[in-house]
Design a protein around this ligand. Structure first.
Ligand code: SF4
Ligand code: SF4
Length: 453
């Protein structure tokens, strides 16, 4: 993969229509429906997806994740990374072309520009014209709308962390705290800057994925390519009698629609984000000159080399595909099993270090502990606390039962006592056994230590 040409300073991509454009429009709408709609979804009377940093918990539909569940987020990151490797090996830059947020938001900003400033030619002329009232008004309107849309994305992002209905209720008076205000402006400003101003420059100069994905490509990876064999020698003549000419009539429309301003006829280039706009454009040209579609098409290097053969599906029986798939399947299976077996509560034991050990009136040695009971389920739970590990070990309140509300945390202080002859000087391993009376058989045994003297 190489960079073969100088990309213009500012690109005014021509609008395309066609089947791949339809897929792109669908992906823009689908991703935005999920992004903007999810925070408003309710689940058991609360926000279905609430990343509640204040309470140190993530509520995702019926699941609650706490900092102790970090392993699930680590697994999710590994799954995403491996998924991207596998996807890239199989499908090249399909992610970039259809679902990368940079592509999606750039597309939305282009729609706003077309609405307010006109098509690619009108925008080019407007930029070349000296500043006047008309230019100033229209540019202000375009960037005002892009800025407004960006702020709504910032608002929505913050709505995943602060209940979105509370945010919306505070919107008329702008009664937001510093945290909310900062992130709405920061994320909104970033969206406007990246998608409204920098656009393809982010893909060309800032995105690391574009740089390292070449290492994940092989001859069977799905790419968008111009069929040199069929297209060359290119030329303006499309006379049927001109048998020497290839199918490319050198109209340049594939370059005009390219959002990164490259010419796909120069071969595979890292600047190509795989958006397929050039396929749609060239197919329309082929229709007009009554030539078969597919001069530019989804194919693979191996399929192109196989002279005269039509597209062949990319082979999935490749070492890297098998390795990525096996690792991915293994991690997904392990994470799913762990998720299914996940206990509906957690227990953290903290020894009260202020008072190591004290003697009670009836001659027992006593240690004090703080038990943090985390109810990770959607129902209230009652917990029975027991202690074991030394012969005479007992709680000062035997049979103590604690009730914890759904998805809440309760910290209780418990005192553990033992006969002095069983708790000699030093630390002794003991275990808190916490059973949920609401979930039969659900029990956690948490290790701690008892200090004797
Ligand atoms: S759109 Fe098709 S015919 Fe026109 S220049 Fe590009 S490859 Fe050639
Ligand atoms: S070369 Fe074609 S597929 Fe690649 S970015 Fe340009 S228009 Fe999109």
């Amino acid at each position: 993969m190489s960079s073969q040409q100088a990309v213009p300073i500012k690109i005014y991509p021509r609008l395309t229509t066609g089947r791949f454009n339809n897929v792109r429009v669908f992906m823009v709408l689908a991703t935005q429906l999920v992004f903007f709609g999810l925070p408003w979804l309710q689940w058991n009377g609360r926000q279905a997806v609430h990343l509640d940093l204040e309470q140190h918990r993530f509520l995702i539909f019926g699941l609650t994740f706490w900092p102790q569940d970090f392993i699930f987020f680590a697994a999710l990151l590994v799954i995403c990374a491996l998924g991207l490797f596998l996807w890239t090996a199989l499908a090249g830059r399909l992610w970039c072309g259809y679902s990368c947020p940079q592509t999606v938001y750039t597309q939305i900003m282009l729609w706003i520009e077309r609405l307010t400033l006109g098509d690619h030619n009108a925008r080019r002329k407007l930029d070349a014209a000296p500043m006047n009232v008309n230019k100033f008004t229209r540019k202000t309107l375009a960037h005002g709308l892009m800025g407004l849309f960006s702020l709504i994305t910032g608002f929505t992002l913050v709505g995943y962390f602060t209940p979105v209905r509370e945010l919306a209720a505070a919107a008329p008076s702008l009664a937001y705290g510093p945290w909310e205000s900062f992130w709405i402006l920061f994320y909104g400003g970033f969206t406007w800057l990246l998608a409204g101003v920098l656009r393809e420059k982010v893909c060309l100069h800032m995105c690391p994925y574009a740089r390292f994905q070449g290492a994940m490509f092989d001859n069977d990876t799905l790419i968008i390519s111009y069929d040199n064999r069929r297209g060359e020698p290119r030329g303006k003549s499309k006379q049927a009698a001109d048998k020497a000419r290839g199918s490319c009539i050198d109209c340049g429309i594939c370059v005009q629609v390219c959002p990164t301003g490259i010419d796909i006829r120069n071969g595979l280039q890292y600047e190509c984000i795989g958006c397929a706009a050039c396929i749609d454009a060239c197919d329309q040209v082929m229709d007009k000159i009554h030539a078969p579609r597919g001069l530019i098409r989804y194919t693979s290097a191996a399929a192109l080399e196989a002279a005269g053969k039509p597209n062949r599906p990319s082979s999935s029986h490749r070492p890297r595909v098998i390795v990525y798939s096996s690792l991915l399947a293994g991690i997904i299976a392990l994470s799913t099993t762990a998720l299914i077996l996940k206990k509906p509560f957690k227990v953290d034991v903290l020894r009260d270090r202020a008072v190591l050990v004290r003697a009670t009136d009836d001659g027992l040695l006593e240690n004090s502990y703080n038990l943090k009971l985390i109810n990770t389920s959607e129902q209230a739970q009652r917990f029975k606390i027991q202690v074991e590990g030394l012969p005479s070990l007992r709680l000062d309140k035997p049979g103590q039962v604690v009730e914890v509300a759904p998805t809440q945390t309760e910290t209780v202080t418990v005192r553990v006592q033992a006969e002095p002859e069983h708790a000699t000087r030093g630390a002794h391993d003991i275990y808190f056994v916490v059973s949920s009376l609401s979930h039969d058989g659900s029990m956690i045994r948490e290790k701690s230590s008892f200090i004797g003297e």
